[in-house]
Write a protein that binds this ligand. Structure first.
Ligand code: FES
Length: 176
């Protein structure tokens, strides 16, 4: 498994800044939601880029005839928005009701243990971002986890640990 998402460190070159702005503009202008709002615009950007870059705030404000303060207000109100690029890989474990009933807690514990984390966040080497999910949409397959958006169902804590371990092994060095 690999990923083309590389964490950005240091100043962003002008060409990268422009393409980031293009992606933000595109995400805002091609939203499929029936009602376009500041929140829907931020969600579209987060869906596309995995985070809300600072450049997005003024673009969203202008597009929605809003102010920068209002957009920041909405963005900072929702804890699910992140403001720095995600790690090279994303692991999500569902802790919704169906998964909770059949062992999600053990899966979560073993994944966190493997990642050296005690909750949502990034591993120290920026190799993996860990997130909880309230429903990955595959309840009959509970408990469910996803790795880089690929779903794994009916997993045991042991399997989850070995998937995460394999992911880290396969991507070692690709994000540093
Ligand atoms: S509750 Fe876990 S996939 Fe729906």
């Amino acid at each position: 498994m690999s990923s083309d998402v590389t964490p950005k460190i240091g100043p962003t070159p002008d060409s990268e800044k422009q393409s980031l702005k293009d992606r933000i503009n595109n995400a805002v202008r091609t939203q499929k939601r029936p009602t376009v709002t500041v929140l829907s615009s931020l969600l579209s950007i987060e869906d596309d880029l995995g985070y809300i870059p600072k450049e997005a705030i003024s673009i969203v404000a202008e597009y929605n005839n809003s102010t920068i303060n209002e957009v920041w207000g909405v963005a900072s109100f929702y804890p699910n928005f992140r403001f720095d690029p995600p790690s090279a890989n994303t692991v999500e474990v569902c802790w919704g009701p169906s998964c909770h009933l059949v062992g999600a807690n053990d899966v979560i514990k073993s994944v966190l243990d493997e990642l050296g984390l005690d909750g949502e966040g990034d591993t120290e080497d920026k190799g993996v971002t860990f997130k909880f999910n309230t429903c990955l949409g595959a309840c009959p397959q509970a408990p469910v986890m996803s790795i880089n958006h690929r779903m794994y169902g009916k997993i045991s804590a042991k399997q989850a640990k070995s998937y995460v371990s394999a992911l880290r092994e396969n991507t070692k060095g690709s994000h540093s």
